[in-house]
Ligand binder design. Structure first.
Ligand SMILES: Cc1ncc(COP(=O)(O)O)c(C=O)c1O
Length: 382
């Protein structure tokens, strides 16, 4: 791959992963549990009826929009929905619509980098507030946010549950964030991609209805990452603004939306199975981690379908551990995907995967730590 630009190397990296049939996908918080039969049936039916010949409604299939609001428990007289190509496309659109050059976005570090990338791309600044600290529970504090607000602050990006830490905000913190964003005359993006895995999650939108964009993802709880379907939810006025120049003006995938509808219609019987697998995986990983000196789970239990695993005490580089596992056909993710400042601290491991995958990860752990210790040459990771 010598001589290729970075974006091509990056693509080949993921292409190689996706062509590896036996790969155990423990690196992207995706869901690899067997899908609900109703979701598979909806996909087949949409294909058999060639529903893909026509465009979907521009803001999404009405039934799906209605089900998303119901799932969030948000009042349809106040809030509307734009179905997007995954939550990330909605995030991109919201950031680019709400920010101008010179504005400031504030987010926690570690966090999810893409909205910061979009903000910087349009000439806004992105301020990251460090949260990798047990003293603050590995999450953004209202005091930290309040102190960081400037006259240029236009957008606060709250990832909750946080990827990668697995923390959630308390109801009181959400109330305080709403007040701070309101006083700043800013907007908030409440990225709720992992909400379904959390115990006791609080939405910001009811407290700051006119100035909050809430993201919704089907990639994690429903396992539709490769279908690219998600949504942004906001008050009708804001939806009107965002709808005016939406990148998916011709709608999002019809097939994916039918799968998402089936998923929401069967959520009550499906999600408990996913949660049970997720919790069992977290327990198994916690046991395995406890038996290897120097490893630790900063946040346990995590409220996402993943855990952050601190490796600093073991004296190894996160990238080395990722490379060691990759050599055994297991993908985990290095902390540098999420943060520059805490990149040497942790890796991330997904938990909504078949139990044998977790067993394999756990049984390999002591040997992988040893392999990582001796590793100097590591190919680029993304
Ligand atoms: C915090 C966060 N937001 C958004 C996304 C993207 O979700 P989607 O697959 O729905 O685009 C991810 C994916 O990992 C994420 O971690």
């Amino acid at each position: 791959m010598d001589g290729l630009p970075l974006h091509e190397i990056r693509n080949r990296h993921f292409d190689a992963l996706s062509r590896d049939d036996g790969l155990l996908w423990l690196g992207q918080n995706t869901n690899h549990l067997p899908p609900h039969p109703a979701v598979v049936a909806a996909l087949h039916e949409a294909v058999d009826r060639a529903l893909f010949n026509a465009y979907a409604p521009p803001l999404g299939i009405e039934r799906l929009r209605e089900l998303i609001l119901q799932d969030l428990g948000l009042d349809p007289s106040v809030f509307g929905v734009i179905v997007t190509d995954g939550a990330v496309a909605g995030l991109s659109h919201a950031v680019r619509s709400l920010l101008r050059a010179g504005d400031q976005l504030i987010a926690a570090e570690p966090g999810w980098k893409w909205p910061l990338v979009y903000a910087r791309e349009i000439g806004a600044t992105a301020t990251e507030l460090p949260v990798y600290d047990p003293a603050q529970g590995y999450r953004l504090s209202p005091a930290q946010l309040r102190a960081a607000v400037t006259p240029a602050t236009r957008l606060v990006y709250l990832v909750d549950p946080n990827n990668p830490m697995g923390t959630i905000f308390t109801p009181r913190e959400i109330v305080e964030f709403a007040a701070i964003v309101h006083q700043a005359g800013a907007y908030a993006i409440h990225d709720c991609t992992y909400r379904h895995f959390a115990e006791g999650h609080t939405l910001l939108a009811p407290l700051l209805p006119r100035h909050t964009v809430t993201t919704y993802s089907f990639s994690k709880w429903l396992g539709l990452a490769g279908l690219r379907v998600g949504a942004i939810v906001a008050c009708h006025e804001l939806i009107g603004r965002l709808a005016a120049a939406a990148p998916n003006a011709l709608g999002s995938s019809v097939i994916a939306q039918h799968a998402a509808i089936a998923g929401l219609e069967h959520k009550a019987e499906w999600l408990p199975l996913v949660i049970a697998a997720d919790r069992a995986a977290k327990r198994a990983i916690a046991d395995a981690v406890a038996s290897v000196p120097g490893l630790a789970l900063p946040v346990s239990p995590s409220h996402g379908n993943f855990v952050a695993l601190d490796v600093a005490g073991a004296g190894i580089r996160p990238e080395a551990l990722v490379a060691a596992y990759r050599a055994k056909g297991v993908m985990i993710r290095q902390g540098s995907y999420h943060t520059a400042h805490f990149a040497d601290r942790f890796v991330k491991v997904s938990t909504t995967v078949p139990a044998p995958w977790i067993a394999r990860f756990c049984e390999l752990l002591p040997a992988m730590v040893e392999d990582a210790r001796g590793m100097n040459e590591i190919p680029p990771l993304f």
